[in-house]
Design a protein around this ligand. Structure first.
Ligand SMILES: NC(=O)c1ccc[n+]([C@@H]2O[C@H](COP(=O)([O-])OP(=O)(O)OC[C@H]3O[C@@H](n4cnc5c(N)ncnc54)[C@H](O)[C@@H]3O)[C@@H](O)[C@H]2O)c1
Length: 426
């Protein structure tokens, strides 16, 4: 099959490599020339996964993978087009369809009769059929479900383990008609590994909502864990012991509490679901609870050590989670603002970002190898680097707030430093 993958980012490139690895002829399209140039040189532009670094050179050399900055040219001649260009959201989580609309217009201009177009980017319910369907028809002159086929299939993988997740998770597929669904399920059976479950659902809308339901579930569950943590802290109960005990009953799956929820997905996709759905009452409340956690944590710090006015406070890890070099909607920003509002001098350390990057994000960089005195340290991202953190590495620290409940409390106690987790006291 001739396949075009539009968007060669952290997810799109692994998909292109997966399809080419199954013997198909893949053209990857991306507006970023550095990505396209690297691929055409036979190098992976992304280092998230060793498999990319290993496999891109051979696939390019064999002529099974090439890249272009011209979406129209890349799509021309393709029997199937997979779109994985992000939908952008601003700091208020307002949706900007600009980049994916631009990609859609270019795809339409290159489409041949009979082509299947599949969107994998997470979308608000109805976007595939109601927004992209008419755009593709208008730009191509083709008619949906007659000589143009359209489906949505959510991408459920995590960056850094895309190939493994592609094999493990069922591929959910919903088209704009029965024929489009069938075309799309046939496509995935041909491009995924043998034995991967490909599951057709009733419609494109069902597939779109499935992705929003699964990410919003995690937001709700974490919000519940956070509320339990807040209650447990007030009652002097260790919430981690409660959750572990509760989850020993097979119907209980309570997630872990923490200082906040960051990333491209969990803090964002619930908005895709509830922004225009007044009947959904739980998701907005869960969002609010999770957003409040940074403020709640700073209040706990002030209770423990007194006023933070002019006090140095260190945030360890500004990435949105442990061991990723990504800061989208990271709780570090909310912590920074809450600490600054409390009058603290805020420092940050992150092994994944250099000092210049930290300054650009509004943090004063902190050097763990030449440490300055700090009053409080907050673990925001549980990077491996912090696992065996020596309390002596933080001179003057009175309180260590483990925002991810990730470290052992004993070394801090032994060093005479107070340790607090979220919902447990160490
Ligand atoms: N990152 C994740 O962990 C993850 C997980 C599951 C699903 N997803 C979904 O995948 C989507 C893409 O995520 P990602 O991490 O690959 O994003 P990314 O930012 O790494 O890559 C997106 C790519 O699209 C390119 N692009 C933008 N406009 C374009 C256009 N008009 N034509 C061609 N290319 C264009 C960009 O240059 C970029 O390289 C997300 O929006 C999300 O819906 C992501």
């Amino acid at each position: 099959m001739k396949i075009a993958v539009v968007g060669l980012g952290h997810i799109g490139l692994p998909l292109a490599v997966q399809y080419a690895g199954r013997g198909h002829e893949v053209v990857g399209c991306d507006t970023a020339a550095w990505i396209v140039d690297a691929i055409n040189r036979g190098e992976s532009p992304h280092d998230d996964e060793q498999a990319l670094i290993d496999r891109v050179p051979q696939l390019v050399a064999d002529g099974r993978l090439r890249a272009t900055t011209d979406d129209v040219e890349g799509v021309r001649g393709a029997e199937a087009v997979v779109v994985i260009v992000p939908v952008v959201v601003d700091s208020q989580r307002q949706i900007d369809f600009g980049p994916i609309d631009a990609a859609t217009r270019d795809i339409a201009a290159g489409l041949q009769p009979g082509t299947l177009v599949i969107y994998e980017t997470t979308l608000p319910v109805g976007t595939t059929r109601d927004r992209f369907g008419p755009m593709l028809e208008a730009g191509s002159g083709l008619t949906l479900d007659r000589d143009l086929f359209l489906a949505f299939s959510p991408e459920r993988v995590l960056v850094g383990r895309v190939f493994r997740d592609l094999r493990r998770y069922p591929k959910i597929v919903g088209g704009t008609s029965a024929k489009s669904t069938r075309r799309a399920t046939d496509f995935y059976r041909a491009v995924l590994e043998e034995g991967t479950e490909v599951r057709a659902v009733a419609s494109a809308e069902t597939a779109e909502m499935t992705k929003l339901a699964e990410t919003t579930y995690r937001d709700l569950n974490i919000a519940y864990a956070n509320e339990l943590a807040r209650y447990a802290a007030r009652r002097g109960i260790d919430v981690l012991e409660v959750i572990e005990s509760a989850n020993s009953q097979p119907y209980s799956h309570i997630h872990q509490p923490g200082v906040g929820v960051g990333g491209h997905c969990i803090p964002v996709y619930p908005h895709f679901l509830f922004n225009d759905a007044p009947e959904l009452r739980l998701p907005p409340i869960a969002r609010e609870i999770n957003e409040e956690m940074a403020g709640w944590t700073v209040d706990r710090i002030e209770e423990a050590v007194g006023s933070l006015v002019d006090q140095p406070v260190l945030i360890l890890g500004i990435a949105y989670r442990g061991d990723v070099r990504e800061d989208a909607f990271s709780t570090a920003f909310r912590l920074r603002d809450e600490l600054a509002a409390a009058g603290a001098r805020v420092y940050a350390h992150d092994p994944y970002f250099d000092d210049e990057h930290l300054r650009r994000l509004g943090f004063e960089p902190y050097d763990l190898d030449a440490p300055q005195p700090v009053k409080v340290a907050i673990l925001q991202a549980a990077h491996e680097r912090y696992r065996g953190l020596d309390p002596a590495a933080l001179p003057g620290v009175k309180l260590f707030l483990d925002g991810r409940n990730a470290l052992e409390s004993e070394p801090f106690a032994a060093a005479g430093i107070r340790y607090l987790g979220v919902g447990h006291g160490g």
